[in-house]
Write a protein that binds this ligand. Structure first.
Ligand SMILES: O=c1ccn([C@H]2C[C@H](O)[C@@H](COP(=O)(O)OP(=O)(O)OP(=O)(O)O)O2)c(=O)[nH]1
Ligand SMILES: [Mg+2]
Length: 170
């Protein structure tokens, strides 16, 4: 059964901006547009206005994610991906884009779709300080401790805490 939609209030700062809507049932995000034209040289970034502000219910946040098509076709990324929109934020949603293409300038026209907004429930936490944390299988292993990542000579190499490579599973 499809869960009931969450009601989110939206204010259009620019009345020409479409109300964000899902392209397909089941899509996680709704696209956001830029209301300003922009031209980004390779390596350049810009903070683009989207023409909308929202009021999320308590217990929710919205996350501004990049659009994969823009990334694949033009090398456009978001500097702070995903951008976090707090439930209490009433300002205009902005998107911090960067042109990661090494050669081509990217041009945005007003109302080009530049990012997507995903609304999610978020937990409120209380932190309880302890001297020792409970044990776990992973313990402190991180940053490639399971090995097999790209860019290493040996795909089974794992970098240990001392910076030395050791072999997983041997
Ligand atoms: O991509 C983004 C990220 C954030 N925001 C807005 C909504 C968010 O609620 C607010 C603050 O964002 P964040 O907490 O990430 O930034 P900060 O640098 O920690 O600012 P602050 O000190 O205001 O929390 O800025 C955007 O419009 N776009
Ligand atoms: Mg903050």
């Amino acid at each position: 059964m499809t869960p009931a939609p969450v009601d989110v209030l939206i204010r259009r700062i620019d009345p020409a901006v479409p109300i964000p809507s899902r392209a397909h049932p089941g899509d996680a995000g709704v696209d956001l547009v830029t209301t300003e034209a922009a031209e980004l040289a390779p390596g350049e970034r810009a903070v683009l206005p989207t023409g909308v502000s929202i009021a999320l219910p308590d217990g929710y946040a919205a996350f501004v994610h990049p659009r994969s098509g823009l990334a694949a076709r033009c090398g456009v990324a978001m500097v702070n991906a995903p951008g976090t929109i707090d439930a209490g934020y009433r300002g205009e949603i902005k998107v911090i884009v960067i042109n990661l293409d090494p050669r081509e300038t990217v041009r945005f026209q007003p109302f080009d779709r530049i990012a997507q907004l995903v609304v999610q429930r978020v937990e409120t936490v209380r932190f309880h300080e302890v001297a020792e944390l409970p044990g776990s299988a992973r313990a402190s292993g991180g940053f490639g401790s399971t090995g097999g990542h790209a860019g290493t000579d040996n795909p089974y190499a794992a970098v240990g805490p001392g910076g030395t490579a050791d072999r997983k599973g041997q």
